[in-house]
Design a protein around this ligand. Structure first.
Ligand SMILES: [Zn+2]
Length: 350
């Protein structure tokens, strides 16, 4: 193995196959890889050595040996790294104030310059932060999520890679999607642990009620313990309890207008002990909420279609939170294919 700026050009090589003898400079260039290339015997083509590409530091240390073209490339690369570092999120203090009790962010990707992309983290129409996108940047994904956790604490429960940022984020690393999923699982579990401890502390007798009534009663009990002002607002209690369960979305007219040229909606599920509901979120706004019977795993596709009818091509993605994705997978009984199915539904539509 030879260093790029080492003495390999002058060194003598003997071909192990045909016996050719000569200097490294006389060899032909063989196959190229990420970090090195092969040099081959000019007579029979057998590999005689590999040469490591130099790091920027090594090039700088051997600057007089660097060709003008390489010099220009290295300088551009240095400039890029310097600029990229200066634009990267470093500390929680750089992050803005965000409203809402449940914070689910989207990891999206936008054009920055002709050949460069930015990672843009959004919460509805609010941009949380922007930095250069890194190819195979799944390590960076986790670093950034950790900074978000420091800033937003337990309110922050998910960071969803948008479909269109996935290719770049995962790159050629086959295990990358799984690394990110496992990280997001830990983020979501952290939150469900909080929910469980809360609901366990207010155990009630739920016999004979629909799950929706039970969920409502629990919510009202929490509210009722707050203030007289709130109590006044939630009277009469019966009126709330007689409400029917949230109806399923049927037509695009039921959905509110969103005045953006393009946006991504989040598919989420909220669950307590007895209640499970689907929630379509846009930042802190709730676009739609309905009861979610576990017997309807194809509901994702139906809702995606109605959203598509309402918002057309302006809607760029319907990104499932990790906690809802786990349930979607469970319902289908086929964890492996659900991501593909979700991706496909989306691709087919637009
Ligand atoms: Zn040879």
């Amino acid at each position: 193995m030879a260093d790029f700026y080492g003495t390999w050009k002058e060194d003598t090589y003997v071909c192990g196959k045909c016996g050719w003898t000569g200097t490294g400079e006389q060899c032909t260039q063989g196959e190229m890889f990420n970090d090195l290339y092969e040099i081959d015997c000019p007579s029979c083509g057998k590999r005689v050595d590999v040469v490591l590409y130099p790091t920027i530091k090594e090039s700088r240390a051997n600057w007089e040996k660097v060709s003008d073209a390489d010099k220009a490339m290295i300088e551009a690369r240095e400039q890029f790294i310097k600029e990229a570092e200066s634009r990267c999120l470093e500390s929680p203090e750089e992050l803005p104030e965000v409203k809402g009790e449940v914070l689910i962010f989207v990891w999206d990707q936008h054009k920055y310059e002709k050949n460069r992309d930015d990672t843009v983290i959004t919460y509805g129409k609010q941009v949380i932060c922007t930095e250069p996108a890194f190819y195979e940047g799944y390590d960076r994904f986790i670093e950034v999520a950790e900074i978000l956790k420091k800033r937003y604490g337990d309110r922050f429960i998910d960071l969803i890679p948008a479909e269109r940022s996935g290719n770049y984020l995962y790159g050629d690393r086959i295990s990358a999607p799984q690394i990110i999923e496992e990280y997001r699982d830990r983020l979501s579990r952290r939150e469900s642990a909080i929910e469980e401890s809360q609901s366990n502390s207010e155990k009630v007798s739920d016999v004979g009620k629909t799950v929706f009534q039970t969920a409502l009663e629990q919510a009202m009990r929490r509210l009722a313990s707050r203030s007289a002002e709130v109590k006044k607002r939630i009277q009469p209690r019966e009126q709330y309890l007689n409400q029917t369960e949230p109806q399923p979305l049927k037509s695009p007219e039921q959905l509110p207008e969103i005045e953006e040229d393009e946006f991504i909606l989040v598919w989420d599920e909220e669950a307590s002990q007895n209640y499970r509901g689907t929630v379509i979120r846009y930042g802190n706004e709730i676009i739609w909420r309905e009861f979610s019977p576990s017997s309807r795993p194809d509901r994702f596709e139906e809702i995606a279609q109605i959203l598509g009818q309402r918002y057309g091509g302006r809607l760029k993605d319907l990104a499932p939170t990790r906690r809802s994705e786990i349930n979607l997978e469970r319902d289908r009984g086929d964890g492996l294919s659900v991501n593909k199915t979700i991706g496909k539904v989306w691709m087919n539509q637009y």
